[in-house]
Write a protein that binds this ligand. Structure first.
Ligand code: ASP
Ligand code: MG
Length: 406
């Protein structure tokens, strides 16, 4: 008879202290009582990873990436061991593994390594013995035996990759919220938990600012069609399924609204309208390690034009410095910085088959006297940059008018 294999991943907040670890142990063993095979992936306790990074910064602001991985990987090693002990205490058999022991082989890009292969033999043997296998998330090992980490939030990736490798029946991602919401419940109290969302929508929402799961883990889940269940570790209720697009999902116009207040709008005025100028500007920015988004260039009637784009707030000071130099060289006008902006995006696969969604969004904003400063679109999303102080109004009105509050 086929025994169900379930992968369960618990995030840092779900194992932040002893009581929560014991709580997680109880949940895990309740599945074991139902006769399932279980592979559990855990993140470091609470904010451990941030604390370890801070600690390293006290020694050097430019640590070797190999040594940083060595340091950060200790966080998850603490949680797997403690969780195994908590499960033992409840009278069940469990064994903890580091990423290396779990056979997670990665490339050599320290701090953002990619999983190349999983040698799951050892995990399978332990499952055979009836044990609960606990694997440290976020880490692996190179073929040369160096410890690597998979990028922030990388435990999600560990869980999804193991689910694929082991052919799991379910992949549950436990977190401190009940699932994926139509929008940020702290901004819109009428936000609703979604029962299901497609991989593409989730990816789009992650890249636009929703912090539910690591984006890369969703890409991998999509590639191998691993269904994911995002749910709360504090509640027995089911959460949100992240799945392949189903026909009926297109009937819903919009699935979610994201809010991003971490961007700055920069405008370079009176840029000479001739070939090569934009290339020069953006080359300088990329050489300085600054990524830009939402680029808009106006049509010029005077052989000069304004170019606007957004950058992450953390890089905007640096961008301004670089651009002031470039502006002088290229004889453009002023460089303006606008810090008080927010990006409001609507996301939904339904957009592909329903025209008029953009018009509806603009109309809702206009009816509320909210000026749109920039617009950008993708296949399944529309983003508007607006003044930050209108964020709440915009979200509430869009949420209502697109029927998400129902
Ligand atoms: N502990 C790591 C981090 O905070 C990995 C994870 O939480 O998934 O990024
Ligand atoms: Mg964490």
């Amino acid at each position: 008879m086929h025994r169900r294999l379930i992968i369960q991943k618990f995030g840092g907040s779900s194992v932040a202290n002893v009581e929560r670890i014991q709580n997680v142990a109880k949940r895990i063993t309740s599945y074991k009582k139902k006769n399932c095979d279980l592979v559990v992936v855990v993140s470091a306790l609470g904010d451990t990873t941030d604390e370890l990074i801070e600690l390293s910064q006290k020694i050097t602001t430019d640590p070797s990436e190999r040594e940083l991985d060595m340091l950060l990987a200790t966080g998850e090693q603490i949680s797997v061991a403690l969780l195994a002990m908590a499960i033992h205490k409840l009278g069940f058999e469990a064994i903890s593994f580091t990423g290396a022991q779990g056979g997670i082989i990665t490339d050599t890009s320290h701090t953002r390594a990619r999983i190349i292969q999983i040698n799951a033999q050892k995990i399978k043997e332990e499952l055979q013995k009836g044990r609960i296998v606990i694997v440290a998330g976020f880490q692996g090992i190179t073929s040369n035996h160096d410890i690597t980490t998979l990028g922030r939030g990388g435990s999600d990736l560990t869980a999804v990759a193991l689910a694929k490798e082991l052919g799991a029946d379910e992949c549950e991602i436990y977190t401190d919220v009940k699932g994926v919401y139509t929008t940020d419940p702290r901004i819109e109290p009428k936000a609703k938990k979604l029962n299901a969302i497609t991989y593409d929508e989730m990816l789009e929402m992650a890249s636009l600012g929703a912090q539910v799961m690591q984006a890369r883990s969703i890409e991998v889940a999509k590639k191998f069609n691993v269904p994911i269940h995002v749910r709360s570790s504090f509640s027995p209720q089911s959460g949100t399924m992240i799945i392949k697009e189903a026909k009926r999902m297109e009937d819903v116009l919009i699935s979610g609204i994201t809010i991003n207040k971490h961007e700055t709008k920069i405008t370079i005025c009176d840029v000479p309208d001739k070939p090569g100028v934009a290339a020069k500007i953006f080359k300088k920015l990329s050489d300085s390690g600054i990524s830009v988004d939402m680029i808009v260039q106006n049509v010029s009637h005077t052989r000069k034009t304004d170019i606007s784009f957004t950058v992450n707030k953390s890089t905007s000071g640096k961008a301004m410095k670089v651009l002031t130099q470039v502006a002088r060289k290229l004889r453009t006008g002023e460089v303006l910085e606008d810090l008080d902006i927010a990006r409001i995006s609507i996301v939904g696969v339904g957009m592909k088959s329903h025209p008029g969604v953009a018009a509806k969004m603009f109309e809702i904003l206009a009816n509320n006297k909210i000026n749109i400063k920039m617009i950008s679109t993708s296949d399944i999303s529309i983003s508007c940059i607006i003044e930050k102080r209108f964020t709440e109004t915009a979200v509430t009105q869009l949420h209502k008018s697109f029927g998400l509050s129902r």
